[in-house]
Design a binder for this molecule. Sequence first.
Ligand SMILES: [Zn+2]
Length: 241
Amino acid sequence: MCWELIQEKEIMMFSMIGLNYWWFVIPGMLVGFYAQMRLRSTYGKYAEVGARSGITGAEAAREILDHAGLSDVPVEEVGGHLTDHYDPQKRALFISSDNYRGSSLAAVGVAAHEAGHALQHQAHYAPLKLRMAMVPITQFASYAWMGIVMLGLFFGLFYKLVGVAILIFAIISFFQLVTLPVEFDASRRAKERLFKLGIVQADERAGVSKVLSAAALTYVAALVTSVLQLLQFLAIARNRD
Ligand SMILES: [Zn+2]
């Protein structure tokens, strides 16, 4: 999973199509910035609250995986801030240093969430499978979008390529839509295991929930932004024709 929202593409849009369609772009940017701010503050707050069990994020993830019979799934440390993710190809967890070594409610919650993705993989959870299948086409769509931005900026071809932009954002929006159940379900599995295994106590549950909800909100924001962009291109195509 990627916790960062990409805002640059919206900014590039301004230079290309002017401000005529700002009402599609500005709300998406605001929702994105709000979700990022909310995640930063909620994560920051609960990164200061130690889990009473005293175990680290890495240990929590390890325990959840072992308990589910996934002892062969490694938990590895990775650099960067909130770069935590589960790699389905490698069948491995990558936990950012703060969460790997930290024993805060935030660290334990995020690490457990990533273990939740491994549990989904093990259970052949359908939305995860669909999301995995969509990764190559979505990556291709993102690269194609960069190409269109370049052609649009340097050759003024953007208006001729609106149809392709619509297709690209339909693919990206659908991918982000499929991502939502995957993310919410991973958090649900994480909270259930953390509680059941006694890693998180009853009165600590709310803190973990808040961190994971704030993280989920960034995915909702990403979907809203993409859908607004899709609508923007549809509006451009309509006005052009
Ligand atoms: Zn996730």
